[in-house]
Design a binder for this molecule. Sequence first.
Ligand code: GLA
Length: 400
Amino acid sequence: MSRAGDTSPTGDVSPKSDVTRDGDAARSASRALDQAFGPGAAIATGTAPGRVTLVGEHVDYVGGHVACIAVDLALTVVVRPSRDGGWRVAGLGQRVERREPVMAGDIGDRLFAVAQALHHSGVPVLPLEMAVAGDLPASAGLASSAAVTLAGAAAMLRLAGRRINAEELVTVALTAERDIAGIPCGDLDPRAIVHGREGSVLALDCANGSLQRVAWPWPAVALVVAASGAKHDVGGEEYRRRREAAEQACAALGVPTCQEIGERWRELAPELRPRGRHIATETLRADAAVRALEAGDVAALGRLMDESHESLRRDCEVSTPRLDAMVEAARRVPGCHGARLVGAGFGGSVVALVDQGAAKGCAAALAAVSGLNEATWLVRPAAGVEVTAADVVGREGDRS
Ligand code: GLA
């Protein structure tokens, strides 16, 4: 990853190595820990990437297909045992302290939730002091809450000297976010963050948990991500309503997942029809995106990203005027193949598929609309937690 603005017009990119970046983030997090709670050694560290969806938004919670990547923007969590039994978290300018790891609607929630979830799954987690740092922006539609959850889980597993398999880790993250923190999210984010690979796109089937990896076929095609500046909130009422409407559409048609809807969204009552059309068409677009990647057809993937945005805007109604304006601005840049909002919407970010030589211009066009020059990134498919924390996350049957 590098700032999109660092990309030279010829398309040369020279990102810092992951090792340096993670080391820097761990040092920042350790400093934050000492500043917030007094000196002491950070005992264990975990790092988790963010996620960018290429096509397949708002379908994971009704068993749809998603084409997505883990990205080279990440969060690092450092942990150390608490000396007095208090639970503490510092980061993003916040500092929280509680007697029990309970939810209170602040930065502590995700880490306290994952501590509880690990504990329920049989990994002993004693009271902890923790801090978060990294270059993955919060509330930008790039799955920062799943990333902090999974980075925390990796750190806690290291501290406990325990190993779990990748699917158990996804379940722990979902238990933490959904059942304990009460966020009605699907499984897209933890699965992308756990299973991502450098140089590969993940094709997720959210109905049965299977996945396929497809190599990113274009060395000279880049993904530019730009924040809109409006914070999105997956815990908000609107996200919950989208999920409920999608579930109602499936129930009304008597289908177990959105994959079986096909053209039958037309049978839905008028108030459910747009949501039904979104989930029915978006899962098919995700399949088509995988075919475009396999065929190396960049124009086709760009078109599918454009269509995905249009469906999210018109049928799912999760876009905003700012996101629409950013998408339009990106598409006007010669060399841009397609652009769409990324993540849940209601703010967050835009992702554009561009020829590498056009990345700088595209980032500038996006920033001209958002007014946020520092909030554009050139991202690449990156390794997930099962690779970066292979010492504590193993395959089925590897559990110690
Ligand atoms: C958020 C949720 C995911 C998914 C996306 C929209 O990131 O956490 O489960 O629903 O929104 O595709």
